[in-house]
Each structure stands twice: as C-alpha cells, then as structure tokens.
Design a protein around this ligand. Structure first.
Ligand SMILES: [Mn+2]
Length: 465
C-alpha cells in the first residue's frame, strides 16, 4: 500500500471516532503548524478535542497521559521514536501517529503514518505538518487551503533547499499554487528581508553565512556603506539595480567559502493575501516567528497566529521583536567586552562569562552566531555562561566555523560537568548544562585545563575584513 493509500485508510477509521481526542504535538515550527492544521480540521468536523504541545516526548509526560480518560490520541511530528513507550502507557486506546522522524521499531496496532514506512525520506520529502496536511486533505478535500501551513512546517525543518521543495513537499506546494494562495519569487534567501533594516538582515544571516559580516553590526554597516546602500533600507524596497549590486557583492564576499556562493539566491514564498509589509507575508519569516514562539515557550501564540487570531499575532510579533533586540544587545555586549576579563581566549578555546549581561534564553543562540562570525578560527570551542533567574548558571557549548565540529561537543562538556556532579545534554554540535552559580569558577578552571593547546595544527585567526 502506498503512503497516501495508508493515510486514506487511517482517515476512514478516524472518521468513526465519536469520543473526545487528545492531540499532542511538538514545540518547533513544524509541530506548531501541524497542530494548527489539526485544530482547523477537527474544529471543522465538530470533534471535541484538547491539545498539548511538548518540547520532547518524555516517559514522564507519557505517564501523565496514563491517568486520562481519553480513548483517542493523535501524535503529530512525534511518536515514531516512542512506539514502545506509547504502547506501554496507552494500552487499549486508539492511537494515531503522524510523524516523519526515524522509526524506533516496536510492534504495535497504531495507525502509524510515517514516510519511512514507505521508503520515502522523512528528512527531506515531507514534514510532520506535511503528513498532518495529507491526512487532513484525505478527510476533506477542501482542506487544501491549509497547504501553506504544511510548507511552513517543512521550511522550519530545513526541508526547503536552494532547489526548492522535493517529493511530497513539492505536491503540497502544487496544492497551494493551484489555489493561488502563494506566489514564488527568486531572491536573496534571507530571513527578515521583508521587515528588518538591511544591516540587521545581513548581521543575523547565519544561513547563508556571510563571511566577515554575519554576527558583526559594524562590518555589516561598513559593507553597506561600501556598496552605497543606506543601512536602514529594507530589502523589499531596493530597486532592481540596487538588488543586483547587493547580490553580486554578497556573492563576491562568499567566494572562497566552501559553500556555493550562489547559495544566497533561492525561492521566496509569499502569501498572496498578506500585505506587502506584513511580517508573515514571507513563509520563511512566518516560520521564524513560529520558531521563536516555540523557543520562548509561547506555543499558543504561534498556533493562534496560524489560526488568524489577530491578538495572538500581535503578541507573537512583540515576542519576536523582543527576542531579536535581546540578541542584538547580547552580541553588542560580547563585542564590547571581547577584550575584557569576561572573555577568556586561549588557543582552541574561548570562554564567555556573561553572568547577568546575557539572558539564559538567548545565550545558546548568541554563542552560535559568534561561532559563525569569523571572530575565531574554525573549530575553536566556544563556551558561554549566563545566569538564570533562578540563580543557576546556564552553560552553552558550540564550535566556530560553518561545518560540523571535529569533536563531539556534548561529550566534551559532559566530561567537564561530570567532574562537578552535573550532566550535560544536547547534540554533538550544540550542547548545554545547568549548575549553581557557586560552581562557575571551578567549571571555568576545569574547562581551561581540558584544552591542551594543539600547537602544530593550530590555524592563524582569520579576521573579519
Ligand atoms: Mn518535524
């Protein structure tokens, strides 16, 4: 049976449900758009449901579900990795899983919809929101008007590359185009290009990465002065001539970087029913907005925005604006204090002890942006510390450069924090930990000790030009 056939079959079973449903979705852009699609679909069908958004599917969360009286559960953008736990905790309930993550095999009698079960690539061809959309469309063809939400989920999960969408995502795009809901333009692939002053768009552009510009306000302003474009202009307001100049100057800047310099050009997806200046006209910006709602733990604002709730939209914009301001202020603090005792630089390692100067909610992202800014040679380990409101210290570890770090950063950090009795979590390319403020100095000393400066393989710092 094909993926679409199995989706169709599941919707038939789904239609028979008469009792309330508990929908559980993921906190990122893809999860929030999946949730919005499902909320619209269920509301239209007059179904009774509740919605929970989770950062992660933990055993603890699943155990909380155990005591509920729901007979039906729908998991969106998650679940495929937790088949065993779900099976154990939610015996005898009707379970629908609409996911696109790699499957941790476990025999089950769920309605499990996942592209990997049909030899489709869940990392590129369809997102959690995409699977949810296909389910919604199979229930009611009219739900085609939700296709743009599915595209945003795919964008959030980095499934849109410079070639555009592929696989089922391409079909979903076609649905949106058929309804004349969106238009595609070619332009600079940059976030905030509709709404932010150009110098900030460039300064915060981490994908594509702009050597010597990303992460530095001064270089960004300098670059624009050099090419004669006023720094506060917006990308959408540039003339054709200016846009060409900007694009070619950026391409020149990116020459010699390992990515294709032309990576900066790509598709821009615009919602036709939004105003020119709307921060949610561009699907990529819309997806950034949702991402910050998730990151800042305000998923309801993101979902509300997807459901066209004006109040949620305004609050979400405020949230994003505050977040960006926080980011800019934090980066400025770093560049102003780079040569002070708050920033310790030894070959191979930089420790940024921000204390109360950078908030713990942005310190990870700030460290990532610094890592991509050319401030340090590739594969320099960056460790940042920031105080939390609860009196702890949040620690973030990243590495500089544009490629996957040579060492496993999570292991690296864990080795240090374990000596103090604390665990670290995260990924090999970005990890973090939390410990009481009193442990700060001890941690810093251990971190400095842990680096044996690799004298011969060390590369001369490349300065931003
Ligand atoms: Mn996803």
């Amino acid at each position: 049976m094909s993926f679409l056939e199995s989706i169709k079959e599941a919707t038939v079973k789904f239609s028979e449900i008469k009792t309330p449903i508990h929908v559980i979705s993921h906190l990122d852009t893809d999860g929030l758009t999946a949730a919005a699609i499902m909320v619209k679909t269920l509301t239209k069908l007059n179904k009774t449901f509740s919605l929970s958004i989770v950062r992660q599917m933990t055993k603890q969360f699943l155990n909380e579900l155990k005591n509920e009286s729901y007979e039906n559960y729908i998991f969106l953008d998650l679940g495929s990795e937790n088949l065993k736990d779900i099976d154990e905790v939610l015996k005898n309930r009707k379970i629908f899983i609409l996911d696109h993550h790699l499957i941790h095999e476990h025999e089950n009698n769920f309605y499990h919809l996942n592209p990997y079960l049909h030899n489709l690539d869940g990392s590129k061809e369809v997102s959690g929101a995409g699977v949810t959309y296909l389910f919604s469309k199979a229930l009611d063809h009219q739900n085609k008007d939700l296709a743009y939400l599915a595209l945003m989920g795919a964008i959030g999960d980095k499934q849109e590359a410079k070639e555009g969408f592929q696989g089922l995502n391409k079909e979903i795009l076609k649905d949106s185009l058929d309804l004349n809901k969106i238009e595609i333009k070619t332009g600079l692939r940059m976030f905030d290009s509709q709404t932010k002053p150009l110098y900030q768009v460039l300064q915060f552009s981490t994908d594509p990465y702009l050597p010597g510009i990303t992460g530095s306000e001064n270089s960004s302003i300098g670059f624009l002065e050099e090419i004669g474009i006023e720094k506060n202009r917006k990308l959408i307001h540039l003339s054709e001539e200016e846009l060409k100049k900007l694009t070619s100057s950026i391409i020149i800047k990116r020459m010699g970087s390992e990515d294709d310099p032309k990576d900066i050009l790509g598709n821009i997806y615009l919602l036709k029913d939004q105003d020119e200046s709307s921060p949610i006209k561009d699907l990529k910006e819309f997806s950034t907005l949702l991402n910050s709602c998730g990151r800042l733990n305000k998923p309801s604002l993101g979902i509300g925005t997807c459901l066209n709730d004006e109040k949620s939209f305004e609050l979400a914009i405020d949230l994003l604006t505050n977040y960006k301001t926080e980011l800019i202020n934090s980066l400025n603090w770093f560049y102003q204090n780079k040569n002070s005792s708050s920033v310790k630089e030894i070959p191979g390692l930089t420790i940024i002890n921000a204390e109360g100067n950078i908030r713990d909610t942005v310190i990870g992202n700030v460290t990532s942006i610094i890592g991509r800014s050319n401030a340090y040679p590739p594969d320099t380990i960056l460790i940042s510390l920031a105080h939390t409101l609860e009196g702890d210290t949040k620690i973030s570890i990243r590495a500089s450069g544009n490629k996957a770090p040579l060492i496993n950063l999570r292991e690296k950090l864990n080795k240090i924090t374990q000596k103090l009795g604390y665990e670290s979590g995260g990924h090999s390319f970005a990890a973090g930990s939390l410990m009481p403020q009193e442990k700060e100095q001890e941690f810093i000393n251990l971190a400095l000790e842990s680096i044996k400066a690799p004298t011969e393989s060390f590369i001369t710092p490349t300065k931003p030009n």
